[in-house]
Design a protein around this ligand. Structure first.
Ligand code: NAP
Length: 321
């Protein structure tokens, strides 16, 4: 009896254009989820947002994704992921999600151009770069302030630039920017880097890179372009003006979870909370990648979580049938 009822429900879903799976976001987690769901014949719809490949696509070369001993371009890797998922029937919609409603199944996902209903959802909206929040930052963004070396490095040929931050992103991007810039000064708020040893060694050995330790940027100065930064030494309190043509900010990320406020549980930093099977508190709604990962933030871990979420969603759908 139960089986018959479920079969009726399944055909009703098909008649009502209810998708088996909607994937929100197209970084490594979303694209891997798309591949696994497509291979399970769920014909997933991936709503990509404004870009494909996530933050990884902004990285010039990814050297730690297994299978690419010589490294792979970040954008190229995203395209390969997409191609592989499409080969098995994943569908891509280049649109932004504006609203979701997870109060009852089928779940509703609204975009600028459409309204979708789906039995399962994989959230892989990733994270966006943090801002310094100092005077001059907003005003001079695009006029010398940047959050992406790969995108903007070329504009700083033979210029002097500063990089703010002491993590892997700051060092990786700082090293990349030496291809263009005359000098790269990394300003870090402590006297020890957070970045991994391999990047530290490369940065210390790069003759174009200098460090200013124990210091924070308090102001970004300039009218039509960046001219200098006001720096404060956090130990002595002494302030000084450091001339520069550009400011690249790499001080961590904030998960992109605004859409889900009030519907899904988050930790104090806004990361979605999932169980060991990638599921949120709502049956059939999963999260994968940087939107739920405050610890690892690697392409390979995000891709793994995306695959896990899709496998779990497939099992969930099977259990309903
Ligand atoms: P992160 O590891 O969180 O590092 C952020 C850096 O910015 C830290 O050095 C932090 O200082 C500093 N910072 C934070 N807020 C600041 C503020 N308001 N003012 C000044 N400095 C501030 O972020 P990330 O470098 O973007 O890396 C994120 C994750 O991606 C990490 O897990 C990283 O390993 C990973 N990642 C890996 C690779 C790679 O494997 N090649 C490349 C890029 C990123 P403190 O150190 O004092 O906290």
């Amino acid at each position: 009896m139960e089986l018959k009822l479920n079969k009726i429900a399944t055909s009703e879903n098909e008649a009502n254009n209810v998708e088996k799976m909607i994937i929100i976001g197209a970084g490594p987690a979303g694209l891997s989820a798309a591949l696994y769901a497509a291979r399970a014949e769920l014909s997933p719809v991936v709503i990509t947002g404004m870009s494909l490949g996530g933050q990884a696509s902004l990285t010039h070369t990814i050297e730690n994704y297994p299978g690419f001993p010589d490294g792979v371009g970040g954008a190229e890797l995203g395209e390969l992921f997409q191609k592989q998922a499409e080969r098995f029937g994943a569908r891509f919609e280049f649109d932004n999600v504006t609203e979701v409603n997870f109060s009852e199944s089928p779940y509703i996902v609204k975009t600028y151009g459409n309204e979708y209903k789906a039995e399962t959802i994989v959230i892989s909206t990733g994270a966006s770069p943090n801002y310094l929040g100092v005077p001059g930052e907003k005003e001079l963004t695009g006029k010398g302030v940047s959050y992406c070396g790969t995108c903007d490095g070329w504009f700083f040929k033979d210029k002097d630039i500063v990089v703010v931050g002491g993590g892997d992103s700051a060092l990786e991007e700082g090293i990349f920017l030496t291809r263009f810039a005359k000098s790269v000064t990394i300003i870090h708020r402590r006297d020890q880097l957070r970045a991994g040893k391999i990047l530290q060694t490369r940065a210390f050995n790069n003759p174009k890179i200098k460090f200013i330790w124990d210091s924070v940027v308090e102001n970004i100065n300039g009218t039509s372009a960046v001219e200098s930064v006001l720096i404060k030494n956090v130990n002595t309190g002494v302030e000084s003006t450091f001339p520069t043509d550009g400011v690249f900010v790499f001080i961590g990320h904030t998960p992109s979870t605004d859409l889900f406020k009030g519907q899904l549980a988050m930790d104090g930093n806004g990361y979605l909370q999932v169980d060991s099977k990638m599921q949120t508190a709502i049956p059939g709604v999963y999260a994968a990648g940087e939107v739920m990962d405050a610890s690892f933030k690697q392409v390979v871990t995000s891709a793994g979580w995306g695959a896990a979420a899709a496998i779990q969603a497939t099992k969930y759908l099977e259990s309903k049938e």
